[in-house]
Each structure stands twice: as structure tokens, then as C-alpha cells.
Design a protein around this ligand. Structure first.
Ligand SMILES: Nc1ncnc2c1ncn2[C@@H]1O[C@H](COP(=O)(O)OP(=O)(O)OP(=O)(O)O)[C@@H](O)[C@H]1O
Ligand SMILES: [Mg+2]
Length: 380
């Protein structure tokens, strides 16, 4: 049997360890509290979901949410009572199977292989494939300091990834008040994220398609900023999180350009990200600011280990610090060192063209060369 990813939804330790102990060893088990179910489903895309009952009726609610948002997930409910009326409700809510704890734990262990078979074949029909597409990766580009190159690098990253692979790539500009990406690409009077606000609660692939703009060379898909402070106010954290979760279901990669301020929207986007690329320049202010941001991350419990990586930008021989200096000072890996190339970058930006226009491009500005090399290694 292949190794499956299993998500156990519970707020209590005992029952979950009992269940875990009865599972074959090769499976990967993740635990999550009720409040974080949505994020975790999107992030790990489990093959099976176990919901463990609590005193309240929340179990049913959770199953309904899982089935409404992630249709094809195979859900098993674990109850502490033989209350058949309640259990019928659970099945009606969309659970595929249920077991009563602790009496039926052995029965569960015996039936486990056939449950897996059913879940997998059900998934092959329709659901799980679409569900699996939920595996799209979300990469956020962030910096506490304005002008670090967050927009240029995130956009070039998305553009190059689109050119160099067959993956579906979406770029989202979350600088809701001022935007930025559209000027780099010379797009005017554009559609934007604001088109999605009225349909936020039922957001689907079609809505997203209708709000897209395209970069004309690579056909990179873009969700641009409304560049409107008033519209920006309507986009709250619930919108941001719904947006990112929906997008990751339809794209292989979602690349996000974040604003420099640490608002609740920024925080939400960071929480939804698989990777956070922190853009740093090689000077003391940039570095000091990062240390403050890192403290803030800790206070907000934004997980940074194995998630945060540096992109060092504007690397040149005149830098005050060297990339190696950073290595001694912080423990995060440096994903990319992008060189400074004022002329090369300006030549493209001034005419509203991306740094790389086709796979065959020979003469690229230096940061675009560095990005391409990084992405080629990353795609291997
Ligand atoms: N490696 C580089 N070489 C040359 N110019 C660069 C490089 N990186 C960024 N720039 C230039 O620096 C300026 C700031 O870049 P960008 O707008 O991407 O930064 P930002 O962090 O998004 O800033 P903002 O605070 O405006 O959001 C732009 O004019 C960009 O073209
Ligand atoms: Mg910017």
C-alpha cells in the first residue's frame, strides 16, 4: 500500500493517539485543531480526513465545511457515543464512514485497508483529482522595507516560472492601495481583485478567470490590484484567505507580491503561504528591519523555520555587507542572490516590458539571469 496523508481533526490528544496507534506505519499523519482545518487541508491535501467528536455539535459543522469546500475528501467520523440518530446526522452531513470510540477501534483497524481502497477509487472517479489540485504551492514575496525589489522579483519569478515550465502560474498583487505590478507590465485600465469581492463567498475558477489580466509574452495570469484605497478596505482577511485557498486549488503555483506593512491581510497571506521569500538588500537598515520583523513573526506565531528564505537583491561589489555576512547572523537559507543591474532593469521597466520575454532570450538583465538559473535548478 502506498503511503497516504491523513489529517486528524481534534482538540484532544487521547483519542487521536489511539487512532494513530492503530494505523499502519507508512502513512503520514498530521494533527490539526478545528479552527485550522481549512488551511491545513489546502496546505497538505490529505487523502483521508478523520474528525473526532467533541462534546458540542461542531463535528457536523466541520464535516459540512469540508464537504462543501473540498468536495471529494474522504471523511471518517469518530464518535464517543452509540447515538445512532446523531451518527445518521453525521453521515447526512457528508461523512463517508463512522466508528465509535473506544469499542470499535479494532474494527476500524481491520477495515482500514478496505477503507483506503474505497477512498482511492472514489477519488479516481472525479473528486480526489480535483481535490489534489489543491496542492498548488503558494510563494509570498515580502520585505519590511519599501523599494527592496519585492515587486520586480516576484513578478520576474512568476514570469520566468511560466516561461520555463508547463506549470500553471498565477501572480497576485496584494498591494491593494497602490498596486505596482501593472506599471512594470504597462497594463492600463485593468480588471482587478475588486471584481471578486461581490462573489467572495462562492468564489470559483470562473470568477477568477473573469478577473484575470495576462502578461502578453508568456501569458502569465495576473490578479492585479484595484489601486484604490476604498476598494482595498472591502478586502478583509476573510477575502484574502478565501482568495488564496481558491487559487491554489486551480494553479500549480501562486506567486504573491505583498505590501511592506504588516497588516492583518499581510499576516493572513503569510499564514497561507508555503514559502515566504523575504527580500533583503545588503545594508544595515535592511538587516535591522528584518530583525524587527522576525520578532514580530515570533509574536504573531508566524512559522518561519523551513518556510522563510532570503532573497538578497541588488547585489554588487559596492554593497555595505556581503551575502556571507548574513550567513553568520541569521539561520535562514539564502534562496537567491540577485545582482544589481540598473541599466538592464530600467531598459525593460521604462517600456513596460518584463525582464524575460521568451525562453530563447539571450541577453537578460542580470537579476533575470539569476532568477532563471534559480528556477531551472528548482524545476529539475
Ligand atoms: N536587482 C536590481 N537591479 C536594478 N534595479 C532594481 C533591482 N531590483 C529592483 N530594482 C529597481 O528598484 C526599484 C524598486 O523595485 P520594486 O518596485 O520591485 O521594489 P518594491 O520593494 O516592490 O518597492 P515598493 O515599496 O514600491 O513596493 C524599481 O525601480 C526596480 O526596477
Ligand atoms: Mg512593490
Amino acid at each position: 500500500m502506498n503511503s497516504l496523508t491523513i489529517l486528524i481533526v481534534c482538540d484532544e490528544g487521547d483519542a487521536s493517539s489511539q487512532i494513530q496507534a492503530s494505523l499502519p506505519e507508512q502513512h503520514k499523519v498530521n494533527l490539526v485543531s478545528k479552527n485550522d482545518v481549512g488551511t491545513e487541508i489546502d496546505r497538505i491535501s490529505p487523502d483521508l480526513i478523520f474528525v473526532i467528536e467533541e462534546d458540542d455539535a461542531k463535528g457536523i459543522e466541520i464535516i459540512q465545511t469540508i464537504q462543501a469546500e473540498y468536495e471529494a475528501a474522504y471523511v471518517i467520523y469518530f464518535s464517543h457515543n452509540q447515538d445512532f440518530v446523531a451518527l445518521r446526522e453525521v453521515i447526512r452531513a457528508g461523512a463517508n464512514d463512522y466508528f465509535v470510540l473506544p469499542e470499535e477501534i479494532d474494527m476500524f483497524a481491520q477495515k482500514f485497508n478496505s477503507i483506503v481502497e474505497t477512498a482511492v477509487s472514489q477519488g479516481e472517479d472525479v473528486g480526489l483529482k480535483a481535490f489534489r489540485r489543491g496542492k498548488g504551492k503558494v510563494f509570498s514575496f515580502f520585505s519590511g522595507k519599501g523599494g527592496s525589489g519585492t515587486t520586480l522579483l516576484s513578478l520576474s519569478f512568476a514570469q520566468t516560472l511560466k516561461l520555463e515550465s508547463t506549470a500553471s502560474v498565477l501572480f497576485i498583487d496584494l498591494n491593494l492601495q497602490y498596486g505596482g505590478a501593472e506599471t512594470f507590465l504597462g497594463i492600463e485600465g485593468h480588471r482587478s481583485l475588486v471584481d471578486l469581492v461581490p462573489v467572495m463567498n462562492e468564489l470559483n475558477e470562473m470568477h477568477i478567470r473573469n478577473a484575470l489580466e495576462f502578461e502578453k509574452h508568456s501569458k502569465l495570469e495576473l490578479l492585479l490590484s484595484p489601486c484604490d484605497a476604498e476598494a482595498a478596505e472591502e478586502m478583509n482577511e476573510a477575502f484574502i484567505s478565501k482568495l488564496i485557498r481558491t487559487c491554489r486549488r486551480f494553479y500549480d503555483f501562486v506567486i504573491i507580491d505583498l505590501p511592506h506593512s504588516m497588516s492583518v491581510n499581510t499576516y493572513t497571506a503569510l499564514e497561507e503561504s508555503d514559502k515566504i521569500y523575504y527580500v533583503l538588500t545588503l545594508d544595515t537598515p535592511s538587516f535591522k528591519l528584518f530583525q524587527r520583523i522576525e520578532e514580530l513573526f515570533q509574536r504573531l506565531t508566524v512559522q518561519t523555520e523551513e518556510r522563510l528564505e532570503f532573497i538578497v537583491n541588488q547585489v554588487s561589489k559596492d554593497n555595505e555587507l556581503k551575502p556571507v555576512d548574513l550567513k553568520g547572523l541569521v539561520e535562514y537559507p539564502i534562496a537567491l542572490e540577485a545582482r544589481k543591474d540598473i541599466k538592464g532593469v530600467q531598459a525593460a521597466v521604462n517600456v513596460g516590458e518584463p525582464l524575460q520575454k521568451s525562453v530563447e532570450d539571450k541577453k537578460l538583465p542580470l537579476p533575470a539571469k539569476d532568477i532563471r538559473k534559480w528556477i531551472r535548478a528548482f524545476l529539475k
